[in-house]
Design a protein around this ligand. Structure first.
Ligand code: GLN
Length: 540
């Protein structure tokens, strides 16, 4: 393990959904602001090798990294906060750990031994704990342990944390436990008992947390903090209050106020190389909270009852809105509700429309109606991945007059497969990790809206899809005014389409939302929001 790298583990207790990812990202942000290089990794206790095969309803969005890993959505928060890329090594599941161990067993690497959870699984977990630190690039590696302390599934991870403490010594490792302090309205009291129990569970597993971060809806009075310190065996100044925040982007500043970074630094014997500078972050918050205008944008998709399914898109609008000093009211609309007879009524109040990524046929016709409405009414339109493919299908059907045009994903027998499988996808039978994944180059056509938005000629964006624009139809669509304004220079695949005679109608085969961060709002989202503002003004 990297001898100078410090390791921070974040565990969770009492309930899930307390925001371990945001606390991890905020702490990393504060350490980064003090001049340390920090990265965050997430260990998830489920048996899937990665979340790529999970339904978004189960687990929210699948976030894709530069190197094409399909990962947990918390990695999106890490990148949005830190503005540095993550990779496959930043997200490990129990499934991957077992897969590695079983593969080694078959190779004979444990010849003669009985392969067991302890030490073989825990050794493999620890190897992965230290992997990023060993690259020598990071002063601090923060590891978020998914799930809740006490869950059967997370036991091997917790045990590996206990062992890691002995392996690398007490000044190099720290455990932060995130917990909930519920408020009982009837008793008008904040309750510490669930936290006491969850810390006991950690202690039973041999881990004494160093810092408690307590999620609460009310300020924690000193007596409550003292009680927590006493019963949970932590220093009083290591009981950190984490009040519910107006936006997740407030959390780094709230944690700074609570001195979380100072506590961590003193426990790990880290001395700051520079003074904290969160000026740019504060500037972003200022613009986010003081918008001078507002727009209504519709997000048309299939998984609308769980906003986490579109996490990165929603956050990209937060970044772009702040850049434009504009409050973006985003309404999630199920495409299954949209029919030719009601589409105008349901969409006419919107200043712009985004058709979301997705898989499968359900809701497709509603998306096609949406695109038609946006195209004909010159409403700003942004299509992402499936959203771009639907824009092509709609154009083929209604402008080129190709009846029954479709993607072969939805209709394998379509007479006009305007979206089709690439040759190298045709023989793939395995589902996990076999899409076109990760970063690919894209050359932009001079003078196009895409080139104007990016302000450069060549970009790299991240992909996650199996189907592609079918280049047999390239000439036809271009003749009628749909321009392929972004092309992959290596494969000639169409990566961006846009309409000539429309204020802003653009679709991307890639997912721009994965690369939008607080410090670098994505230019296509910024330009789309700008187009919706202009559209709104022109209608007044
Ligand atoms: N289902 C489409 C494909 O596989 C689009 C995927 C997506 O929107 N991410 O090509």
């Amino acid at each position: 393990m990297g001898s100078t790298t410090k390791y921070i583990f974040i565990t969770g207790g009492v309930t899930s959904s307390l925001g371990k990812g945001i606390i991890a990202a905020s702490l990393a942000k504060l350490l980064q602001a003090r001049g340390f290089s920090a990265t965050i990794q997430k260990f998830d206790p489920y048996l899937n090798i990665d979340p790529g095969t999970l339904n978004p309803y189960e687990h929210g969005e699948c976030y894709v990294t530069e190197d094409g890993a399909e990962t947990d959505l918390d990695l999106g928060h890490y990148e949005r906060f830190l503005n540095t890329p993550t990779s496959q090594a930043n997200n490990i599941t129990t499934g991957r750990i077992y897969n590695n161990v079983i593969t080694k067993e078959r190779k004979g690497e444990y010849l003669g031994k009985t392969v067991q959870v302890i030490p073989h699984i825990t050794d493999e977990i620890k190897r992965n704990f230290f992997k990023l630190g060993e690259e020598g690039k990071y002063d601090v590696v923060i590891t978020e342990i998914g799930g809740c302390v006490g869950d059967i599934e997370s036991l091997p991870f917790i045990e590996a944390v206990r062992q890691a403490k002995w392996d690398i010594g007490p000044n190099n490792i720290l455990v932060v436990h995130l917990t909930l302090i519920p408020y009982l309205a009837a008793a008008k009291e904040l309750k510490t008992k669930p936290t006491q129990h969850s810390v006991k569970q950690l202690l039973e597993a041999g881990i004494q947390p160093d810092i408690l971060v307590c999620r609460t809806e009310h300020h924690l009075p000193l007596e409550v903090k003292k009680k927590l310190a006493l019963f949970c065996n932590v220093q009083l100044n290591c009981v950190i209050e984490a009040m519910d925040a107006e936006t997740i982007y407030d959390v780094p500043l709230l944690m700074k106020k609570e001195k979380l970074d100072e506590r961590v630094m003193s426990k790990l014997k880290l001395t700051s190389k520079v003074n904290t500078d969160l000026e740019q972050w504060k500037d972003f918050l200022g613009r986010l909270k003081n918008p001078t205008q507002e727009v209504n944008i519709g997000l048309i998709g299939k998984y609308v009852s769980l906003p986490d399914a579109y996490k990165s898109i929603i956050e990209a609008f937060v970044h772009a809105g702040a850049a434009c000093e504009c409050k973006v009211h985003l309404t999630l609309i199920s495409s299954e509700e949209l029919l030719p007879e009601n589409v105008a009524k349901k969409l006419e109040h919107l200043d712009g429309i985004l058709v979301a990524p997705g898989f499968g046929e359900r809701g497709l016709e509603g998306k096609i109606e949406t695109v038609k409405f946006a195209r004909e009414n010159k409403l700003p339109f942004f299509g992402i991945c499936l959203g771009m493919q639907v824009a092509v299908i709609e154009f083929a059907r209604n402008v080129l007059g190709l009846k029954g045009a479709n993607s072969t994903e939805m209709d394998p027998n379509t007479p006009h497969p305007v979206i089709d499988l690439m040759a190298d996808q045709k023989n793939i039978e395995m589902k996990g990790g076999t899409m076109r994944l990760g970063s690919y180059p894209c050359e932009l056509r001079k003078g196009s809206k895409a080139a104007q938005a990016y302000g450069k000629a060549k970009v790299k964006e991240r992909h996650r899809h199996r189907y592609e624009f079918n280049n047999k139809y390239l000439k036809q669509i271009e003749e009628k005014g749909m321009i392929p304004s972004g092309i992959n220079p290596e494969s000639q695949l169409v990566e961006i389409i846009e309409l000539k005679n429309h204020p802003w109608f653009l679709g991307t085969q890639f997912h721009p939302e994965y690369k939008s961060t607080v410090m670098n709002p994505h230019p296509l989202f910024v330009k789309f929001v700008t187009a919706t503002i202009d559209n709104k003004k022109s209608n007044i």
